[in-house]
Ligand binder design. Structure first.
Ligand code: JB8
Length: 239
């Protein structure tokens, strides 16, 4: 998997050389390339923004640098196998399902906006050429797309076959298919008693059936309490 990042702050992506993502890069599972969008400007100030057409506060990212960067980094021919991700507060929700879908693609290009955002024609052009995902991490606004791109990267790369030492752990996580999309049950380890707080007895019983039921019940309870939006009537009935 090749990952490209287009940003006016490419240094954000130095962190991808650390920990598991660094290991994946070393193992050849992922190749990471960060690009400074200003390298595709031609004026002395390396300008990437301008005032919004129609007025309004702030500045908008000009389309020209993006188009020239696309030409050089991706190419000038349409290729739906290239996935271009625009993190955006107005994007579709980024979910574990989207992460799973992206974990099987060969190439992802992250376009990290700043200021008030990117001229919309850049997104429209990208849609005419590649497979585009405008995605939001949640109902809050960051100062740019870089942190979102890092979060999406981690969510996606950890699902790439061969990345995780023990792929079984993925099956039991929140939102995983193995959990029916429910939240993960509470986790415990030794010591059995800690500051007057004990591990639930059932988990020390060695009775696998009872343990499995306790974990399922806890997942259902937590999901109903914290994320009723994840439990539809059918799921509730089944649970
Ligand atoms: O919250 B976000 O994911 C996000 C993404 C891109 C831009 C560009 C300017 N502000 C942004 C915020």
């Amino acid at each position: 998997m090749r990952l490209d990042y287009l940003s006016i702050f490419p240094g954000y992506f130095d962190v991808l050389g650390i920990s598991l993502l660094g290991k994946a890069a070393v193992n050849g599972l992922v190749d990471v390339y960060a690009h400074d969008l200003r390298d595709w400007t031609h004026d002395r100030h390396r300008t990437v923004d301008d005032t919004p057409c129609g007025g309004g506060a702030g500045m908008v990212m000009k389309p020209d640098p993006w188009g020239e960067a696309f030409d050089e980094i991706i190419g000038t021919e349409p290729d739906p196998s290239v996935h271009v991700v625009f993190p955006s507060p107005s994007g579709e929700p980024f979910t574990q399902s989207v992460a799973h879908d992206l974990s099987s693609v060969e190439r992802i290009v992250f376009c990290c906006g700043r200021y008030e955002g990117i001229d919309h024609r850049v997104i429209d052009y990208a849609r005419s050429m590649w497979t585009v995902h405008e995605v939001s991490l949640g109902d809050y606004v960051l100062n740019g797309g870089e942190v979102a791109a890092l979060a999406i990267t981690e969510a996606v790369v950890r699902l790439v076959p061969g990345f995780m030492g023990n792929p079984q752990s993925l099956a039991e996580e929140s939102f995983s298919a193995g959990q029916d999309g429910l939240l993960e049950y509470p986790l415990f380890t030794r010591p059995v008693s800690w500051r007057g707080l004990d591990v639930p007895e059932v988990l020390m019983s060695g009775h696998h059936g009872r343990i499995a039921k306790w974990r399922r019940d806890e997942s259902i309870r937590l999901t109903r309490e914290r994320r009723p939006d994840l439990t539809d009537s059918d799921v509730s009935a089944r649970h």
